[in-house]
Design a protein. Structure first.
Length: 552
């Protein structure tokens, strides 16, 4: 076992330490078992970091296993996306990717075993009748009239279900446990149902599919999982997990432990709701940078290290809580502040003509790629007669608190010269189209004694630059808790209509030519941005990852 002294402990680590000390396990084996019915989100990132992180720290193994028992909603697209996300976060699963469908024969054998023991039966109540017989949280359920059918009859009917001789909804296999149990999950839960649909892994081999609560413990046992870690919504399912392990002949007896899921404000983490956002085109797709999916966060510019750091900051607890979005933004801001190269990008350009600069002169100015880390080196920034500055960095009139360019006053172009604004030129609509300036050639890298300038602004050469589009993102929802809605409304009513602003006609400094997709930068004075896959050879597209400072 690796040295755990520098790793923050939690109740799961304490459980593992105790199990190892008492000799219950010689090697820790965990698993991450997503259903391939959507893309992974930030909540899954916590589970990934927990399961794979424990396996790494204890020199054990973590399996990637797809819980693919619901073929109507599953696809290879989701399998590939999930595998990609886990690998991108920096984790490697032990052995080949596993599928619950790979255990369908063994799971079927367990069903036959339970029927043979009189612990499972084929029920022919319809769905409405089953709900009625099940009872409520306050009232016990009632036994199905089919509950006491002899073993031989149940085996024959179950064989007909597998052969496809029984219609969907006409019969299910149920465990025979206790219809009066205070835990509704133990009131003869369904183990198998008929589904005559194509499966993305097994094709048309099966027309009956096991339920998750039956599949999960058997799969864990077949893989020798030592610690089956689930989120708190599965706590009430643990007695059924233990019941399946106890009554089926299996090679191991794993234990389920629950931890609090990751809830984040100003977003939703229900796969059903995220799919609704995609299907109803409220967003551009699962990887829309406003989505809390790992794919969306990656496209927005979040790094694996920042997400892993965020999950460490959240920690592992027993009680549910909601984490502020600011904590996630802080994690990526800290990461990019340390690791992102710097560059200039003018988001809302207005032309500046430096009238005393020779028309054909190009001077290469030098600026650090990272001001706190000399190992990043220097970047060359071309200075020309005409440059772009941000329209918001100029006023014709202002008080003494204005620290940018003012008509009749001076500022420094970052890493360059001091310029003075002398005159403005307007277009036919009255909008300022050009600012006429002069520069002082004796001010490169220095301020003459006694001379004060209002401030320092960024800029980009008007003739030597990289055209780009910049997409500014705000939170997708205006409400801190989008799931909590007024009567007659849905979570969709909380969508922020200003969550995306697209700025066209932006210009970035020449050094960004050829920037690779996903590369993050700090645009000086603006924020952190990442190159989007929509970029072309004609124009780069940048996504705002996070601002330079907290804005909420």
């Amino acid at each position: 076992m690796t040295d755990q002294s520098s790793t923050p402990t939690n109740f799961i680590r304490q459980l593992i330490d105790r199990d190892l000390a008492e000799g219950r396990h010689g090697r820790i084996v965990t698993r991450f078992p997503p259903e391939p019915n959507g893309y992974l989100h930030i909540g899954h990132a916590k589970s990934i970091c927990l399961n794979f992180g424990l396996a790494e720290d204890y020199q054990g193994a973590c399996h990637l296993r797809f819980d693919d028992t619901n073929p109507e909603k599953e696809s290879d697209e989701y399998v590939n996306a999930i595998s990609r996300d886990v690998a991108w976060l920096g984790f490697q699963w032990a052995g080949e990717i596993r599928y619950a469908s790979g255990y369908f024969e063994q799971i079927h054998e367990c069903a036959l075993e339970l029927i043979g023991k009189g612990l499972a039966y084929v029920d022919q109540l319809n769905a409405e009748q089953m709900r009625e017989y099940r009872g409520t949280l306050k009232e016990p359920g009632r036994d199905s009239p089919y509950r006491d059918r002899p073993v031989a009859g149940n085996l024959a009917l179950f064989a007909q279900m597998r052969a496809g001789d029984i219609d969907e909804g006409a019969a299910v296999l149920r465990a025979k446990i206790d219809m009066a149990s205070p835990n509704i999950n133990m009131r003869d839960p369904v183990l198998y149902r008929v589904r005559k649909v194509h499966h993305h892994q097994t094709g048309d081999t099966w027309c009956i599919y096991p339920m998750y609560d039956f599949t999960h413990p058997i799969s864990d046992a077949l893989e020798g999982i030592t610690h089956s870690l689930c989120t708190l919504e599965f706590e009430a399912h643990r007695p059924l997990y233990d019941w399946v392990i106890e009554h089926c002949t299996l090679p191991a007896q794993p234990k389920q432990t629950e931890f609090a899921r990751l809830n984040l404000n100003y977003t939703v983490t229900s796969k059903r709701k995220l799919k609704q956002l995609v299907d109803e085109r409220q967003v551009s797709g699962w990887d829309d940078p406003r989505m809390p999916t790992i794919a969306g966060l990656r496209r927005r510019g979040y790094t694996p290290a920042s997400l892993r750091r965020f999950c460490d900051m959240v920690g592992v607890a027993r009680a549910d809580s909601t984490v502020d979005m600011g904590m996630l933004e802080s994690a990526i801001r800290d990461d990019l502040n340390q690791n992102a190269p710097r560059a200039f990008c003018v988001l809302r350009p207005v032309r500046v003509v430096i009238e005393n600069w020779p028309a054909d002169q190009v001077e290469m100015l030098s600026g650090p790629v990272h001001p706190q880390d000399e190992s990043f080196g220097e970047r060359q920034i071309p200075m020309t007669r005409e440059v772009w500055i941000d329209r918001e960095d100029f006023l014709e009139e202002a008080n003494k608190k204005w620290k940018r360019l003012l008509l009749g006053d001076e500022v420094r172009l970052r890493y360059g010269y001091v310029i003075r604004a002398n005159e403005v030129v307007r277009d036919s609509s009255g909008e300022i189209s050009e600012i006429r300036c002069t520069y002082d050639p004796d001010t490169l890298g220095k301020n003459p004694e006694g001379r004060k300038v209002r401030g320092v602004i960024h800029w980009v050469s008007a003739s030597r630059n990289v055209p780009c589009e910049v997409r500014l993102y705000d939170r997708l929802f205006n409400e801190a808790n989008p799931d909590k809605t007024e009567e007659g409304k849905t979570f969709l009513d909380g969508i922020n209509p200003a969550s995306l602003t697209v700025l066209k006609g932006c210009v970035a400094e020449e050094s960004l030519a050829g920037a690779s997709v996903g590369q993050g930068y700090q645009f000086e004075r603006e924020g952190y941005f990442a190159v989007d896959p929509d970029s072309t050879s004609e124009a780069l597209v940048f996504n705002l990852t996070v601002g330079l400072r907290e804005s909420f």
